[in-house]
Design a protein around this ligand. Structure first.
Ligand SMILES: Cc1cc2nc3c(=O)[nH]c(=O)nc-3n(C[C@H](O)[C@H](O)[C@H](O)COP(=O)(O)OP(=O)(O)OC[C@H]3O[C@@H](n4cnc5c(N)ncnc54)[C@H](O)[C@@H]3O)c2cc1C
Length: 340
């Protein structure tokens, strides 16, 4: 048995690890498999994954130039944060707001990682990988990836079959800082390095380090609601933080809703809503995936009772042999009255 590392610090085992392409010859597409990077966005509900864990080994780091851009090719197994840091040291800017996001380069397109007003998709030129069912290699241009808020084609049509092996980025030579969010607004005339350092500093003070307290960052996505429901909520809560969207809908901070529902510090056995960051569920030590799942159902229920908003997990739920529909699972825990 091999242990599967995951940022929740859950004890998870599997019988077979496939490092792609080195072990491609022993991979069996007719048997269950799961693509894994560093396990920073996964909640394993069971202590054993009964299938093949497939992980990309590509460590390419190369770049060229066009008139307006640096064109950077990155292997999927590179660490995201170290890659951002390396690019900044080489004078290639744009990713500084995405510093310190745990995980691999290959996972970045999957949920279109984002932080401090910047998303991966803004710099993505193409994504290359292999369809593990058909064995065919494919390169998708940015527009083919259907990027959206924490979303992409890799969570839908290509879910659980497309192993990303490389991504290509286009970083503009004429760099413009993005200071639209929170603590970055205070910086005057910053360099990319200043922004990188500020983001690292803020994240280190705000978010629990998974090495010390198991977690997967934001457990839920920020809900996007229609303007009518938003107007109704504002009547009772005029201070509700909100981000109007281009289509007229409004994005609400999920952490605020959880906090206002009185759930900060709430626990279920060894699973807990973080004391300072309501959006982060933590493993206090020895928690099971089931315990975290139960706590998540409770959070979803209480927020729904208070705001009529159903929170959707950002974290992917993994069962014995495949991904589980996280919303359906939480909903079933709520509807069977198991959540009190
Ligand atoms: C403390 C903390 C803070 C975080 N902050 C942020 C944040 O600010 N913004 C943000 O967007 N996310 C954040 N996250 C979530 C996480 O860092 C990202 O989702 C990251 O991209 C996960 O990378 P990973 O390699 O660990 O992927 P995994 O967790 O291993 O996998 C995540 C998903 O991607 C798929 N996947 C992984 N690698 C590949 C591949 N090569 N090919 C195809 N599919 C693949 C998996 O099947 C799975 O569905 C945070 C997590 C933690 C623990």
């Amino acid at each position: 048995m091999f242990s599967v590392s995951n940022s929740f610090g859950l004890s998870v085992n599997t019988r077979q690890f496939i490092h792609w392409p080195d072990h491609a010859d022993v991979f069996d597409p007719s048997q269950p498999f799961l693509i894994v990077g560093a396990g920073s966005n996964l909640l394993f509900i069971d202590p054993e994954y009964q299938g093949q864990i497939v992980t990309a080994s590509d460590q390419t780091f190369s770049y060229s130039e066009s008139d307006a851009h640096y064109i950077v090719t990155l292997g999927a197994s590179l660490n995201w944060h170290h890659t951002v840091e390396r690019l900044i040291k080489l004078g290639m800017f744009g990713l500084e707001n995405l510093a310190l996001i745990p995980g691999t380069v290959g996972a970045a397109p999957v949920q279109n990682i984002g932080a401090y007003g910047v998303e991966f998709s803004q710099f993505c030129s193409s994504v290359t990988g292999i369809d593990l069912i058909t064995g065919q290699s494919q390169t998708l241009l940015r527009t083919d990836c259907h990027f959206d808020y924490r979303d992409s084609i890799f969570k839908h049509q290509l879910n659980d079959r497309f192993l990303i092996t490389q991504v290509k980025l286009a970083l503009p030579k004429h760099w413009q800082p993005n200071l639209s969010y929170g603590p970055l607004q205070k910086l005057s005339n910053p360099s990319a390095k200043n922004i990188f350092e500020t983001v690292c500093q803020v994240r280190q003070t705000k978010l629990p380090d998974p090495k010390q307290l198991g977690n997967a960052g934001s457990f839920f996505k920020n809900p996007v609601i229609d303007s009518q429901l938003f107007a109704k909520l504002q009547l009772t809560d005029p201070d509700i933080p909100n981000y109007p969207q281009a289509n007229g809908q409004v994005k609400i901070a999920a952490g605020y809703l959880i906090e206002r529902a009185g759930l900060k510090g709430t626990s279920y056995k060894q699973a807990k809503v973080h004391q300072n960051q309501a959006l982060v569920l933590v493993n206090q030590g020895g928690a099971s995936g089931e315990q975290i799942c139960y706590l998540a159902a409770k959070v979803r229920q209480k927020v729904f009772e208070a705001y009529q908003i159903r929170l959707s997990p950002e974290v992917r739920f993994i069962g014995k042999t495949s991904e589980i529909d996280s919303e359906a699972l939480l909903e079933s825990l709520m509807s069977t009255g198991q959540v009190k």
